[in-house]
Design a binder for this molecule. Structure first.
Ligand SMILES: [Fe+2]
Length: 468
């Protein structure tokens, strides 16, 4: 009996085809999603198969293990793997996976989970990773693969946000809250990826690719909810953005899961082009009924409720390749769709404006910083020295002094002079008083929507240092 079972298992392993040759073809359809409870029905697998993905990405909570007992975990993986429609999916295209907390082993767990080494091997078994793969020997399950020929490359960067992750910090449950939120952990050394993975990620981002899918179990861009997210480690999130800026990695789109909801988020100023984060969750764990929208300053679109999966489509034949970011429901119907051009995801894409010639900004003196530096100092008290490139508003309501010709420029820094500041030396000031002058302003950098600014309430905060 055992012998025949082994034979059957061997035969089923053989039945998963090798997709080595698929790696050379340009990808045009990638499916992804997260949160599949092995004890509940999974009608969505049929719909995922139905979109005929060329690559499948499993973003974690691929099973609900929640155990220290590796026998229990293995049984749950076996149950998930045995689903006939899941098997059909696996046979139809290559699959890459990362884990989130529940398949890692414990709700919201990180570095402290004691069975992570054993759990890693079971995770790799589930994805049929060969026994001699380097993934079996490294700490953590992060990996990267590039598909397609030069000019049509998709790099898939699969992050491990569990193995090295420092403990979370809990906040206070305020009256009316349905859960105790996590708050920022800014302790020195607090990490999501760990140093080794950070070094590896930098190497990956320097490799050539036209489109890069940055795959994370938890959301990268959303920052207002109290559940797990990159913003629980703000220094790590800023480190990620800085790494993307410093490596000038173009074409990055984040994919995430975990949240039991689907939404598209976007951050204009994180990197040097709009950074989209498409969250698909869960395969069968989403709210089945409408629930009130949580606050999310970066939300572009939401599905509201219902099980879901994501699809990234790429039309390489267009002159400027078109990328489709989709969320689909359990029936396979599109519920969110955003179309982007590849040129939208190039460094400088959102500041490129034909015909606008910016004036030169001064080199600040006496400890002051430039307007561009100030855009990255939200929350800090700084002194900025900048030339006023354009003005807006009125003295009666508020006067805007901009570092860029257009206030909508993603790199603009605004000084907002409030009516009560027009006393003393500013008593007779108007818009023309400031136009094209170099000003020196001290205050705390805040944001209006996402635009960085200093609000001037007191004339002592501001001085005109040069007429030229
Ligand atoms: Fe999760």
């Amino acid at each position: 009996m055992i012998h025949s079972l082994r034979l059957a298992l061997f035969a089923s392993l053989l039945a998963i085809p090798s997709f080595a040759s698929a790696q050379d073809k340009p990808l045009t359809r990638i499916a992804f999603g997260s949160c599949a409870h092995q004890e509940k029905p999974l009608p969505i697998w049929k719909s995922v198969v139905g979109v005929k993905p060329e690559l499948m990405l499993m973003l974690g909570d691929n099973i609900y293990a929640d155990t220290d007992d590796m026998k229990v975990m293995k049984d749950k993986y076996d149950k998930a793997a045995a689903h006939p429609d899941y098997q059909t999916l696996r046979k139809s295209c290559p699959t890459l996976g990362i884990w989130d907390d529940h398949d890692y082993g414990k709700n919201d767990a990180g570095v402290e989970y004691a069975k992570k080494e054993e759990s890693q091997q079971l995770f790799l078994d589930f994805f049929d990773v060969p026994k001699d793969s380097p993934l079996r020997k490294q700490k953590g399950i992060y990996q990267s693969q590039t598909y397609g020929p030069a000019g049509k490359r998709v790099q898939v960067i699969m992050l491990d946000g569990r193995y090295f992750r420092s403990p979370m910090k809990r906040g206070k449950r305020e009256p009316g809250m349905t859960y105790t939120p996590y708050i920022a952990n800014t302790e020195p050394g607090a990490t999501i990826l760990g140093e080794e993975q950070w070094k590896w990620l930098e190497e990956q981002l320097k490799k050539p690719a036209e489109i890069r899918l940055l795959v994370s179990g938890i959301q990268i861009v959303a920052e207002d909810h109290g559940f797990e997210k990159w913003m629980n480690f703000p220094n790590e999130r800023e480190r990620l953005y800085k790494l993307l800026r410093d490596t000038k990695a173009a074409g990055v789109i984040a994919l995430s899961g975990d949240r039991h909801l689907a939404e598209l988020c976007m951050m204009e100023r994180a990197v040097d082009y709009p950074l989209y984060d498409l969250t698909a969750s869960g395969f069968n764990q989403a709210d089945k009924k409408w629930r009130p929208l949580e606050k999310n300053r970066h939300r572009v679109a939401t599905m509201g409720h219902g099980d879901n999966f994501g699809v990234v489509t790429i039309d390489w034949n267009a002159t400027d390749p078109v990328i489709g970011l989709q969320i689909r429901d359990v029936d396979g119907d599109i519920t969110i769709q955003q179309k982007l051009h590849l040129s939208d995801l190039q460094v400088g894409a959102h500041v490129a404006k034909k015909g606008v010639v910016e004036v030169e900004q001064p080199k600040p003196k006496d400890g002051a910083i430039t307007a561009l530096e100030a855009t990255k100092k939200v929350g800090e008290k700084v002194t900025v020295e900048m030339r006023v490139s354009s003005t807006g508003g009125t003295v009666e309501k508020r006067l805007y002094l901009n570092s860029k010709k257009s206030f909508t420029d993603a790199e603009n820094f605004a000084v907002v002079v409030m009516p009560k500041a027009f006393t003393g030396k500013l008593e007779k000031a108007t818009r023309t008083t400031f136009a094209d002058k170099i000003i020196r302003v001290t205050g705390t950098v805040t944001t209006f929507k996402t635009a960085p600014q200093i609000v001037v309430d007191d004339e002592k905060q501001i001085e005109i240092v040069s007429d030229k």
